[in-house]
Design a protein around this ligand. Structure first.
Ligand code: UD1
Length: 344
């Protein structure tokens, strides 16, 4: 029988790509979102890519316990992937209560509903931000977490701990996987779904594509005096489709009883460090566009260098990032051009 996966925050950037991959892998998916940080285009795009006109969409506020319980009562949920959360680092510093309330409450409601149902497989979307500025790179899952430098980062650490404790107390009925994403970028090759930042983008690649298309006058590169080969920060940029496929592997691992512990952690990255400047140069080259950029002082709170050791995900989950940075940056640009065409 087909298994059902609930995707909270399913209409967002990562959620929509994960939904596509789950459907294509043969799962029934319930997409749930409150559309607080995205519109319905992600849902429409997923339907178009997969041909699943009947894809269930539930408008749910995960901070509302009654709504979350109703959702679990309505569908035979075998696994839940929890994305529904706020994610802007700077905003979390300004509005900590809003971040703690939203990110913790929504996850607690999911866990409570899962427990009441008698158990569930829970996949939590965590972040490399939990490693802070690591003492050594690449980071493995055993690399110690560092104290969070923002309320956003703290919510990721707290939710990791909450899931671990819940799994431990459940006597095996709740199982958990924490996926720690590095820097997800790019868009679906169909250019029908992608990242839709509201307002001025915080993240690098949306800022690059918006500058290239003329929405922004100039990209600011934060710092070129770091102790790295070209002076700009080093990151592990991971293609969004590769990242989405990691979720299919993780869900399969949970549902097929392949887990080696009731709560597991995996780094989801390429293992390939790339500097901000290298990424900018690659974007210009592969897309044949000239980018207006300048170097400005460092951004507060930025980590100098971080990239993944993805060996555990490669060997244990049978997942590996496969797309080249060129393919990924091409897809990011095609998505921006798709948005431009839509507006005309
Ligand atoms: C950030 C968050 C991380 C979160 C992730 C979500 C911090 C410290 N980390 O990662 O917790 O999970 O976003 O995607 O904020 N850059 C520029 N110019 C720009 C934008 C970025 O030079 O306009 C540089 C940054 O200084 C950084 C790199 O590009 O060196 C990547 O930045 P970004 O895309 O914001 O991701 P992170 O900061 O790595």
């Amino acid at each position: 029988m087909k298994k059902t996966v609930l995707v909270s925050g399913g209409a967002g950037f990562i959620g929509s790509h994960v939904t596509v991959e789950l459907i294509q892998a043969g799962y029934d998916v319930v997409m749930a979102d409150n559309f607080s940080n995205c519109d319905r285009s992600g849902y429409e795009g997923v339907k178009q890519i997969t041909g699943r006109e009947d894809l269930p969409l539930e408008e749910v506020d995960f901070c509302n316990a009654a709504q979350v319980h109703a959702l679990f009562a309505k569908y035979p949920i075998d696994a839940v992937i929890h994305f529904a959360a706020y994610k802007a680092v700077g905003e979390s510093v300004e509005k900590p209560v809003m971040y703690y309330k939203n990110n913790l409450m929504s996850f607690l409601n999911v866990l409570e509903a899962a427990q009441e149902k008698g158990g569930c497989n829970v996949l939590f979307s965590s972040s490399a931000t939990v490693y802070g500025e690591p003492d050594a790179v690449p980071v493995t899952e055993k690399t110690p977490r560092k104290p969070a430098t923002s309320p956003y980062g703290n919510t990721k650490q707290m939710c990791e701990d909450i899931l671990r404790d819940t799994v431990k107390a459940s006597g095996g009925t709740v199982k958990g996987i924490l996926l720690r994403y590095f820097n997800p970028i790019g868009a679906h090759p169909s250019a029908l779904i992608g990242e839709l930042p509201r307002g001025v983008p915080n993240n690098l690649v949306p800022y690059i594509t918006q500058t290239a298309v003329g929405k922004r006058p100039c990209l600011n590169i934060f710092g070129n005096d770091y102790p790295t080969p070209d002076g700009t920060c080093l990151r592990d940029f991971i293609d969004i489709v590769d990242l989405a496929k990691a979720h299919v592997c993780a869900v399969g691992r949970m549902l097929e009883g392949k887990m080696k512990a009731d709560c597991e952690v995996f780094n989801i990255g390429t293992g390939r460090p790339l500097s901000v400047l290298e990424l900018v140069n690659a974007f210009e080259k592969v897309n044949g566009v000239k980018l207006n950029y300048k170097f400005v002082p460092r951004r507060a709170g930025d980590v100098v260098s971080i990239w993944a050791d993805p060996t555990l995900a490669n060997t244990e989950m049978g997942w590996k990032a496969t797309r080249s940075i060129e393919e990924t940056l091409k897809s990011a640009w095609e998505w921006e051009l798709h948005l431009k065409n839509q507006q005309q």
